[in-house]
Design a protein around this ligand. Structure first.
Ligand SMILES: Nc1ncnc2c1ncn2[C@@H]1O[C@H](COP(=O)(O)OP(=O)(O)OP(=O)(O)O)[C@@H](O)[C@H]1O
Ligand SMILES: [Mg+2]
Length: 235
């Protein structure tokens, strides 16, 4: 479904991604794990089309998307839920959700999607009229993911959804990612520092270190890998 082929990405003279390749099959939940500064957000921004690779290419289905503007990539069904949530704080929960469906004109479809987001996140339904800026951290994270779902994505990319959440909510966010993948059938690319949880729920995981993919394999195998255990799990 998505194929990232040997991309190099730089900010000015500073190269951040080196010869990065990964693939995601339809229906998979794939995790990219790595420490602060490894290049995870840079990778998602490049897939989204916000950054252009200097070398290499990105393909979605049969189409090369690495040369096209980000709005095209959104229209193709790749939705990026950014780090730090980036909600509209002065707008209500419901209005924020509506913003996620800005490409859709069909009111019934939009209402149907709001309904399914509320089914998945009953907490948001209770707070439909509340201003997003006054939600708790965990609720804001749910809203950010919910807003991503409003676009009816083919591929949903989540940038560190567990960041800054209390341990109990961290578990919930990973459960949600799994639910979105398994119950809604959405292909998910999850970028995370929480190696244990990400590997547990992912079909496959890629380890990104200093801008390079150093390991890849089934999530369950990654958890048994000596390097992963030493470097990321403190075992
Ligand atoms: N706009 C920018 N200009 C210059 N350098 C940048 C820019 N954005 C990121 N970088 C650098 O690129 C490297 C990778 O950053 P990136 O945000 O992709 O890491 P990350 O893996 O998402 O880290 P984190 O887990 O902390 O979010 C870092 O060294 C960062 O300082
Ligand atoms: Mg990041």
């Amino acid at each position: 479904m998505l194929q990232v082929n040997n991309i190099d990405v730089a900010y000015g003279d500073a190269q951040v991604l080196f010869d990065v390749s990964l693939d995601i099959q339809q229906g998979e939940l794939v995790a990219v794990i790595g420490a602060n500064g490894a290049g995870k957000t840079t990778l998602l921004k490049t897939i989204s089309g916000i950054l252009k690779p200097q070398n290499g290419s990105i393909q979605f289905g049969d189409k090369v998307i690495s040369e096209q503007p980000p709005n095209r990539t959104v229209a193709d069904g790749i939705i990026h839920v950014p780090e730090g949530r980036l909600l509209f704080p002065q707008m209500s929960v419901r209005e924020n959700l509506r913003m996620g469906a800005f490409l859709t004109k069909d009111k019934e479809a939009i209402n149907g999607r709001i309904h399914s987001v509320f089914e998945m996140f009953p907490r948001l339904k209770e707070r439909a009229a509340q201003m997003a800026g006054t939600l708790s951290g965990g609720e804001q994270q749910m809203l950010a993911v919910g807003r991503g779902l409003m676009a009816d994505p083919k591929l949903l990319m989540l940038d560190e959804p567990s960041l800054g959440l209390a341990p109990k909510l961290v578990q919930q966010v990973f459960d949600l990612a799994q639910q979105i993948n398994q119950e809604m059938g959405v292909t998910v690319l999850l970028v995370e520092q929480n190696v244990r949880h990400s590997c547990e729920i992912s079909n496959r995981a890629f380890v990104l270190e200093n801008g390079r993919i150093v390991l890849q394999g089934p999530g369950s195998e990654m958890l048994q890998n000596d390097h992963v255990r030493r470097a990321y799990l403190g075992l």
